[in-house]
Every structure is written in C-alpha cells, then in structure tokens.
Design a protein around this ligand. Sequence first.
Ligand code: FES
Length: 384
Amino acid sequence: MAFKKSNIPGEDIRLATEMTAKRRKLIDETPAAPLVYEYGVNRLAKDLHPGFVKAVIAEKTPCSADCWRIRLEPAAGEAFPYFRAGQFVTLSCRAGESFLSRPYSVISSPREALEGKLEIMVQRKGIFSTFLIDEAAAGTELIAGEPSGDFYFDSIRDRKHIVAIAGGSGVTPFLSMMKAIREGSEDFRLTLIYGARTRDHIPFDPEKFRGEGVEVIVVLSEEEAEGYRHGFITAGLLKEYIDCDTSVFMCGPDAMYRFVRGELESLGFDETKIRQERNSVGDREVSEIKAFRLIVHIRDAVYELEATNNETLITALERAGIPAVVRCRNGVCGFCHSRVVNGEYFIAKENDFRRSADKKFNYIHPCSTYPESDMEIDIPIMNP
Ligand code: FES
C-alpha cells in the first residue's frame, strides 16, 4: 500500500495509525484461492520444449533390403511435442555396458506425432541402428530428445518449389514433409528425386506419396525398370526439374552431396539456394591409433575411462556407459557444450561450430572432438 507523506503537521502519524486497519481489511477481503505458480505460457513452453520424452518401441517393420521402420509411442504420462516436418529426434538407451544414442529424422507428420505416433526409419549401419534392428524388442524404453534441427521449409528463406534429393535413409525428412503437405500443415511444392541401387533398396512406396503438390522420381543405378529412371542424379536429370524459382534440399551420404553439388554447379545453380542436412561426425582416419586417459566430471561425479584418437569423445563416453548429453552429433547445436580442464584435442575445421568465446575459454563440443593427449573434461548432466 502506498504511503503519501503529508505537509499537514501530525497528519503523517494519523495516516500511519490507520495503516494496520486498512491492511487487515485488505487481507480479509482477499479470496483464499491458491497462488498461481504456473502460467499458460510456461505450460506451452514446456509442451513445446520438454527436453526429453520417454518413449517405447511399439512396432518394427522391415521396409527395404537394409531399412526398418520403427514406430514409437510415448511412455505412460508422456506426450510427443509439436515439430516441423524435416526435424530429427535423438534417441538413446542403455545397451549392455554402453549408453548409446543417435539422431533420426522423424518420418511421421507433425499431426501424427501429436496423436502419439512417432515413426523413424533405421538403416543397418552403426552400433545403435544395428542394436535397434536386431536386439531392441517391442516395449523397449528409449529416451527421445525434443525435435531439433533447422532442415525444414522456411517461407522467408526458401522458394515455394523444393527439389529434394535423397539417397538411402536420407529420404526420411522428406517423407514427413510430403505427409505434411498432404495434410495441409505445410504450404510448398516438393519434387523428390530419390537415388537407389535397385527397387529392393527403396524404403518407401513412391505411389503412396505422389499427388497434389508432390512429385516422386526414383533413379535406379543398378536396375532398369518401367516407371523408374536409370543411372545417377546427373545435371541432365536435374535440369528437368529445377529453375530459378527452386530451392534444393539434400539428405544422404557425403559422397552424394559432393556429386550432386558438382552437377548443380555445372548448371550454374545458385549455391545459396542449396541446403543439406549434416551427417553425424564419425571416426577419423589416423596413421596410428593411440589410447589416452580421459577423466570426466559430471557435477560431483568423476569417471575415468580410455579414449582413442580416432573416435570422438562422445563415442568414448557412450562406450563406457556414461550418459552424456548429446543431440545433433555433428558439432552444430551446441547441446553437448563442455569445458576442457586440461589436455590436447582435435576438431576438424568443417565440424567446428564453436563461438569465439568457447575457443578462448577452452570449451568444446565432445560430439565433434577427438583426443590428442590425456584429457580432463567437465560435461553437462543429463536430465531425462
Ligand atoms: S550434440 Fe550438437 S554440438 Fe554436440
């Protein structure tokens, strides 16, 4: 309550003596409703950014010679958040002595995820994907990070016609986009050009997606078949579909990026209209594999393990069963941001997305960092 100082002598004392009664009256008149601690906007932020969601494997279905679709459902009391078609989730779980994780693009549409159906496609490649295909049974509980990444259509940045170029399981973000276009939650035209060796290596049914706003061209490199193009995704093929009002999105192996970029360059295609999803940072080639001692602090806990110079720090941590915080696995998102207490390390230039302050104060992203000596690091705690 405001107390206004009076110029009348003695008036201040009178006002002060009335203060207690006025306050009591206000307290008595106040309803005994509980205080509001959580507002709608906070609940919305929490729904959109839950951090982590516990999910269980509901169904596994083979969909090509080397790919499986895995449908996840939220664990009891959990819900999948909204995402943009094209984003990924990072799944993780304990497998034997190790704690494994890997990002997967979502193939469900945003609407399907809100209905509790989150589907990913897994290619038999790498430890975690092989574990999911061969060992993780229906009912296995996984931790799903919130949807992340910026590989989605942006009406300010991108043209209304997207030519999407994919190979292998790189088709996954485009499956979600094509569903979203059909459902009306995305408003752009998409032409998918998918490269596969044979029809047995196509992990989706092109006919199911063709239709309003979506065109699908499949290029087979080792088989000739009616209704399919034969060969590779060359400049000759690309120029049938791109023009000056097209953006190109690419998702697939690095070799495909190099080849298609060369073809686009030969057509004089504007490089600023090309976007490509980044792949995880993997092992590196070294002339001699050396093992180092790695000391890891997570708040008050201290771990000691072995790390080799050809694997990223995150791989060493996961192999040792330490639940390390990770999301993109390619050095971009900064989610695994950690402090180097001491030691030497190597980060490839193309995977070094640290801020200049991080470099100055010796912070790294363990998902893109390799040890070059014994090291001591301080990493964030995982709060599933
Ligand atoms: S997980 Fe994204 S930078 Fe390491």
